[in-house]
Design a protein around this ligand. Structure first.
Ligand SMILES: Cc1ncc(COP(=O)(O)O)c(C=O)c1O
Length: 395
């Protein structure tokens, strides 16, 4: 018999990964994955930049490199964040990781002892829960509304629960709910956390995908004590296949991330880091991002319009001002896992909401992604789901 480590008892296959295997079929209208629109990937430009990297510094690009990441790229990322958000970061505060997902795993490895408590939004990103669970923490949910974590409830938890190690947050266009924290909630949250010796992980892969309203400062911008660990990513604003994310943190904390990265994979691919870095020299990343925003706004509109027409009256859904997802709450008698089975037979897919609640619940909820399908497919897919809901209700 194969004897696995005890921690593997907590590591389960993600519903979404399993689902994506089916939704790959071309006939499927999928609102399931968190996939960016592939037709917007800058393939031609990347082809050009890749050749330029090989010609100008091919040997260096293909050699082993430093664990922290390619210096000029770290500097550009720090500079970009400072310019956009008013943070005060230098290259020394930034380490390149293999997608922000690696940053989440390292966070668990560095900070969590078995039984430590993590607080998170309810619901929250399934991939983070799965990464943290390997380290056997207790995960407690903090109730949220449309403006973010409810601070009075958070304060009650902070004052009554022992061993809280960190708070995991996604303040911008949250996965799965699409909601964003208001400016007041951000400031209030940081005030509440000041001097408490609790770390905050700010996971921000969607921040730059705002297509409505004003940009809001990240929690990191309020962080004078150095307790916010910011996870950034180029996956949703550039392309996920490059696997470029970053951890931005206080230098002393970042040293620990460097140590675990050495053990995990020595460094992120130097070749891709140089390609991105040169891309940022030759092109304006913001131009690519503004194209993406325009397309996603139209797709969001198409989805919300279709939901208002096709889903039963009284269905609750979020109105995301950016990002990739909207979140639906159906009548409480509808189980969205059963609904999914019906929908897959009609070649349309979504993700049931339950796995996004670490302690269960949300059986009548679902996450819908709108970035990966053209508007006509969105309209068609929502019509199909609406019909399936109607049939379930009438049964
Ligand atoms: C909230 C959140 N964090 C992190 C990730 C991981 O992104 P990546 O590893 O591609 O940067 C995702 C991906 O969907 C996400 O939604």
């Amino acid at each position: 018999m194969v004897r696995y480590a005890n921690r593997m008892e907590n590591v389960k296959a993600s519903d979404i990964r399993e689902l994506l295997k089916i939704t790959d079929r071309p006939e499927m209208i999928s609102f399931a994955g968190g996939l960016p629109a592939p037709e917007l990937f800058p393939v031609e430009r990347l082809k050009d930049v890749t050749v330029r990297v090989l010609e100008s510094c091919g040997s260096e690009a293909l050699q082993y490199a430093t664990t922290e990441g390619f210096g000029p790229l770290r500097m550009k990322i720090a500079g970009r964040m400072n310019k956009k958000y008013g943070t005060r970061l230098s290259a020394r505060n930034v380490m390149i990781v293999c997608g922000s997902q690696q940053g989440l795993d390292f966070t668990g490895k560095i900070f969590l002892n078995e039984g430590d408590v993590i607080l998170c939004e309810s619901p929250t990103y399934l991939g983070a829960l799965n990464a943290f669970k390997a380290y056997r923490p207790r995960i407690l949910e903090v109730p949220t509304d449309d403006d973010g974590m409810l601070l009075d409830r958070l304060e009650e938890i902070l004052d009554s629960v022992d061993r809280i190690k960190l708070i995991y947050t996604i303040p911008d266009f949250q996965n799965p709910s699409g909601r964003s924290w208001s400016a007041e909630r951000r400031a209030g949250f940081m005030k509440l956390l000041a001097g408490r010796d609790i770390l905050v992980v700010e996971d921000a892969p969607y921040s730059e995908l705002r297509f409505e309203g004003d940009m809001l400062p990240p929690l990191k911008a309020f962080d004078t004590e150095g307790f916010v660990i910011y996870l950034g990513s180029l996956s949703k604003v550039f392309c996920p296949g490059m696997r470029i994310g970053w951890v931005a943190a206080d230098e002393r904390i970042l040293e620990k991330y460097v140590l675990v990265k050495q053990g995990a994979d020595l460094h992120s691919a130097g070749f891709t880091q140089r390609i991105i870095s040169m891309y940022m020299d030759l092109y304006e990343l913001d131009d690519d991002i503004s194209k993406i925003r325009k397309v996603y706004k139209k797709r969001r509109d198409a989805m919300l319009d279709a939901i208002s027409v096709e889903f039963p009256a009284g269905t609750k859904f979020t109105h995301p001002q950016g990002g990739l997802f909207t979140w639906i709450e159906l009548d409480e008698n509808i189980n969205t896992r059963e609904l999914l089975a019906e929908c897959l037979e009609r070649n349309v897919a979504f993700v049931p909401g339950e796995p996004f609640f670490p302690n269960g619940g949300g059986r009548n909820t679902m996450r819908l992604n709108y970035s990966n399908m053209p508007e006509e497919k969105i309209a068609e897919g929502i019509r199909l789901i609406g019909t399936a809901i109607g049939e379930m209700v009438s049964r």
